[in-house]
Design a protein around this ligand. Structure first.
Ligand code: GLA
Ligand code: ZN
Length: 671
């Protein structure tokens, strides 16, 4: 049995290799002041514990782990494989990744390993074994942190080894070369293969590359990195099976297929770096829901900046209160821990101007340090949150493979998946609709409303699933350039959107993409909305029109449609709308179908305050987060208690840029 988390985790990446023992001892006192109960260590520790091929030296790590334990700090112990040492690279330069231009990268940064290097895998496994063997029984260890941010920097390698491994991977996948030729549509441009060895990586080519080949390369890179994770994990699992395993994911990161990786982890976590210049960083808010959705369980913010990062063109500082509010935003959406990168700001190296809890200056004079203390000490009182499950109202389909396919070149229009998703997410947040993200293979039957935004590429089986879902009474919404191709980027014939046309009761004859400077108009419920990016020629089969385009060629033609299919309804939007306009459309769909939101049991959910619910045993936690600049007053439909002071409440003020957490008992029969 894997050990369960019992406290909210609060802490940081801790890199004490960079510091003297005196400073480390000072850190223990400061961690107490901040309320730290959890740190991630040894992420970049490889050369410290294995200074050369034949020596393992755990003196420092032994001391550090005991010291943290004596100070009641739980440890997320990394196996230390994120940055291979110089002695290894110099002995085996061939383990380094190769760029598309044929340059081999050299030592001096981090994550410098080719994803198929047997040498890297072997040495990483040896290091993992040594770490696990030494520490698996240490009572302070509560998590195994495998590697760090896989593919963050290296998401391509064009070495000969990767090429032959790719050929082998393709052979395992397709079995026969004819099957590969079919899947890759190689009759186009005389690309057919007679043998596996003829196949290249999608490297430098004269013009457009084979899209199916590029898609398989993305699958291959994600799979090769997952193999590394598994090798490292297995090395540790030989000694330790009761401590949870995880690696820190990156939310909306394109190159790791999160839904495929999550089953290999006990806990999912992500590193969250919203831009402080944005008041409402929807992509990161969305990524909280996405990360939780990978396992439909609480997740961890494994890293966030206390204030500025070092890697943007302009590294804005988080404003007073912003870090706290965004931390609670994550908690409201299922986080059971908030950790920073990093604990103490480095003196040298590339990240010395990245903020940290302990700054270069005096902690006592640091706003960031004081805000970290405030949050840490608040979280100590919020143990009722741990392990509670997020209550979702609806499902939004998310698929990494679609992301890859949608953004390949040679399309009618450049479409960015995350941009489209963020706009939808913003519109949903405007209605306080709580979102679970689902993979197309997942069971969707429990959700009353499923949205599949820009699902350009998907398996035929998803089309069948949606048919059953809507026929059985489900509400489905999709939009332009969805249901167009299969998993090999081959068009579903017979009229767009091939996979969904029956259920939507329409066909799309032709796409009318708009340039960035162009906008059109459409009419919906007597309101005029501006259209962006895309319009198209839609023909009705059985569907009804909900909105029409107003522009020259497309004047009075359908823009939004609704089709009854069996017991349910399928909606289609043939353009991009501003989030506020999309909110209006979504609101009508919600009303017409009498869809209820979880939050409505407790308050009138039509409020500018962000509302979300987490379910505990015998109680619900209602999170009211006010991201606006105006104080709000909320009247509760049921009696609650403020989680911080346990005072009974029936109404409450939620001040601007502040929040409230209300505990509402399920059984209120005698109250
Ligand atoms: C990533 C890495 C950290 C650090 C931070 C800086 O999340 O995992 O080691 O480099 O970025 O923002
Ligand atoms: Zn390689």
């Amino acid at each position: 049995m894997v050990k369960k988390q019992t406290q909210m985790y609060y802490g940081a990446d801790y890199n004490p290799e960079q510091w003297s023992k005196e400073i480390i001892l000072e850190d223990m006192a400061l961690m107490k002041e901040v309320g730290v109960n959890y740190v991630s260590i040894n992420i970049f520790g490889w050369v410290s514990i294995q200074p050369n091929e034949t020596t393992f030296d755990f003196t420092f790590l032994d001391w550090l782990i005991d010291l943290l334990h004596e100070n009641n700090i739980m440890i997320d112990l990394a196996n230390g494989t994120a940055s291979p040492p110089a002695w290894l690279v110099n002995k085996y330069p061939d383990m380094m990744p190769m760029t598309v231009h044929g340059n081999r990268l050299v030592h001096g940064s981090r994550q410098h390993y080719c994803p198929t290097s047997e040498i890297y895998r072997r040495y990483a496994a040896t290091l993992s074994t040594a770490v696990a063997k030494r520490y698996h029984q240490h009572p302070a260890i509560v998590m195994w942190h495998i590697n760090n941010e896989y593919t963050c920097h290296i998401h391509e390698c064009y070495c000969d080894r990767c090429r032959s491994r790719f050929q082998q991977w393709l052979q395992d996948k397709y079995q026969t070369i004819d099957e590969l030729n079919r899947a890759w549509s190689t009759t186009f441009w005389s690309q057919s293969y007679g043998d596996w060895h003829e196949i290249y990586l999608p490297e430098q080519m004269p013009t457009f590359k084979n899209p199916a080949q590029q898609l398989d390369y993305r699958r291959f890179i994600s799979a090769m990195n997952l193999e590394i994770y598994q090798i490292e994990k297995e090395a540790i699992a030989a000694y330790s099976r009761d401590i949870p395993f995880m690696t820190n994911l990156m939310g909306l990161h394109k190159y790791v297929n999160g839904f495929q990786w999550a089953p290999e982890m006990d806990v999912v976590s992500w590193n969250s770096y919203p831009n402080p210049f944005s008041d409402m960083p929807y992509p990161q808010f969305l990524a909280n829901d996405l990360t939780r959705s990978l396992k439909k369980k609480p997740f961890l913010i494994m890293e966030q900046a206390p204030s500025a990062v070092n890697w943007r063109a302009v590294n804005g500082a988080k404003k007073a209160g912003q870090m706290r509010l965004w931390s609670y935003e994550a908690i409201a959406h299922g986080a059971d821990g908030i950790m920073f990168f990093q604990w103490r700001q480095s003196r040298g190296g590339a990240e010395k101007f990245h903020s940290a809890v302990v700054p270069h200056g005096q902690p006592s004079e640091s706003r960031v340090f004081k805000e970290s203390c405030q949050l840490g000490n608040e979280l100590k009182e919020l143990q009722a949150i741990v392990g509670t499950s997020f209550i979702a109202d609806i499902a939004v389909v998310f698929d990494w493979e679609n992301w890859w396919a949608l953004e390949l070149d040679a399309k009618p229009r450049t479409l960015k998946y995350i941009h489209q998703l963020s706009r939808l997410y913003e519109a949903l947040r405007g209605l306080n609709l709580a979102v679970d993200f689902v993979h197309p293979d997942e069971d969707i039957s429990a959700y009353p409303f499923v949205i599949a935004p820009n699902l350009y590429s998907t398996h035929a089986s998803f089309g069948d699933k949606i048919k059953d879902y809507v026929a059985g009474g489900g509400i489905f919404l999709t939009n332009f350039f969805s249901g167009i191709v299969n998993e090999n980027d081959q068009v579903y014939l017979g009229g767009y959107p091939g996979l969904f046309k029956d259920i939507l009761g329409i066909t799309v004859e032709e796409f009318y993409p708009l340039k960035d400077t162009m906008h059109g108009q459409m009419t919906f419920d007597q309101q005029t909305f501006t259209t962006h990016l895309w319009e198209e020629v839609i023909h009705l089969k059985q569907a009804k029109v909900l909105a029409q385009f107003n522009n020259d060629d497309l004047s009075n033609t359908p823009a939004i449609t609704c089709n009854q299919y069996g017991e349910g309804f399928a909606y289609y939007i043939g353009t991009e709308l501003a989030p506020a306009d999309l909110t209006v459309v979504l609101s009508k769909i919600i009303q017409d179908n009498h869809l209820e939101k979880a939050a409505q049991q407790f308050i009138e959910a039509e409020t500018p305050v962000s509302v979300s619910c987490r379910q505990g045993t015998g109680y619900t936690l209602l999170f009211l987060i006010n991201h606006t600049d105006i104080d709000e007053h909320i009247v509760l439909k049921k009696k609650g208690y403020s989680l911080l002071d346990e005072k009974p409440l029936s109404e409450i003020d939620v001040l601007a840029k502040d929040l409230q957490i209300i505990k509402i008992l399920d059984d209120q029969s005698d109250s």
